[in-house]
Design a protein around this ligand. Structure first.
Ligand code: SF4
Ligand code: SF4
Length: 371
């Protein structure tokens, strides 16, 4: 049995086991939950441990997506959430990247221990290489709990500004305390990366040097940089907070078309400048959060142009027969399969191309072309 088929057989066993543990009602809740249906985002499968966020950062897009400015625990039990993920047709145990904290703050007090329990349960059953992004202050108890829940989890601590925190992130913890929390997490042996995003033009240029120095002084040497995305209300809130909005508007490739239309501004020049400062302070600069995740888990990935990332010797085993077996196991028919160093090409006769691409990419961590 090839590597890919082994993982899919494991997926079946996990579903059976979790179904037995959660019972009929739990199964019904898991099956109908969106975690059982959504396809992964570029950073991986996003796992929501809460609904809404009360930090209300002015540049945040979740409110335009309809999420509330309050926070409540996600309604599923951790085992049900793990089952929902196991049932998801795009998720492969040990292979699919997972991301906590995409549309909420996972470690705010109200949901902190629930989030840790979900991380632990998902790791125990599915062992998805995971990342968590947070603006909370990581104390000893949280760091130790995370270390127990998923020892190699990639912890991304978000900072955007030091000087303008009160205007831009009025309800989030003090950034100086967040930096202290990064040092605490690192002391507990966690893989900690600065998540410097969004890079807000006219704010970050003034602060990058100071901010990066403070984080470097705390013993952190990895950073992910991310560009600003705006909607009409984010632009309005930034303006109200006194940010130089003209510069942001100048960088828009087009105007947002609706309330929830998120437009990423042009920011590669700023990214380059900040990356250079970071490198001068000794930071390893990751092109995206999944690259930090791969680094944290000692894995390898060459799915996109930013890569290859990680350790080449950790690349999953792959040959044509393996990939063919996987395709047949899924009930699809391949006419031709070619495996190259960092790429797989499949000529498919019948089957769901989109799903197949996600699965082959996750399993073999190579770019996949399906024709
Ligand atoms: S902490 Fe994250 S989810 Fe919460 S408001 Fe800020 S950016 Fe949005
Ligand atoms: S190659 Fe690197 S950046 Fe691209 S998907 Fe893989 S880990 Fe992420």
């Amino acid at each position: 049995m090839g590597y890919g088929v082994r993982l899919l057989e494991e997926k079946k066993r996990i579903v059976d086991e979790l179904k037995r543990v959660v019972g009929e009602e739990g199964f019904s809740r898991a099956k109908n939950d969106h975690h059982a249906k959504r396809s992964p985002r570029p950073c991986g499968m996003t796992i929501h441990t809460a609904v809404g966020c009360r930090y209300r950062c002015v540049y945040c897009y979740i409110y335009d997506m309809g999420f509330p400015g309050t926070v409540s625990r996600y309604p599923l039990q951790p085992l049900e959430l793990a089952l929902a993920l196991a049932l998801n047709p795009y998720v492969v145990p040990r292979a699919t990247f997972a991301a906590y904290g995409a549309v909420t703050e996972p470690f705010v007090e109200e949901v902190r221990w629930y989030s840790v329990e979900v991380i632990q349960t998902v790791n125990e059953y599915l062992a998805l290489p995971s990342q968590v992004s947070t603006k909370s202050v990581i104390d000893d108890a949280l760091a130790q709990a995370l270390r127990n829940a998923e020892p190699r989890i990639s912890v991304l601590v978000t900072l955007v500004t030091i000087d303008r925190w009160k205007e831009l992130e009025p309800y989030a913890p003090n950034p100086i305390e967040r930096i202290e929390g990064m040092a605490t997490a690192r002391r507990h042996g966690l893989h900690v990366t600065l998540f410097l995003r969004p890079l807000i033009p006219t704010v970050i240029e003034r602060e990058a040097g100071k901010l990066l120095k403070m984080v470097a002084d705390a013993g952190i040497d990895k950073v992910v940089l991310g560009t600003l995305r705006v909607t009409p209300s984010i632009l309005a809130r930034l303006r109200a907070a006194g940010v130089g909005i003209e510069e942001i508007e100048r960088r828009l490739p087009r105007k947002p078309r609706s309330r929830n239309d998120q437009v990423t501004i042009r920011g590669s020049d700023i990214k380059k400048i900040v990356a250079k400062i970071a490198q001068d302070y000794g930071f390893k600069v990751f092109e995206s959060a999944c690259a930090a995740n791969v680094d944290a888990h000692g894995e390898f990935c060459s799915i996109c142009d930013f890569g290859p990332c990680g350790v080449k010797s950790a690349a999953p085993p792959c040959n044509e027969n393996d990939v063919r077996d996987l395709i047949e196991y899924l009930g699809y028919i391949a006419k031709d399969v070619d495996v190259y160093e960092n790429r797989i090409r499949v000529v498919l006769r019948a089957g769901d191309k989109r799903r197949l691409r996600y699965i082959i990419e996750a399993v073999y961590r190579r770019r996949v072309e399906i024709v």
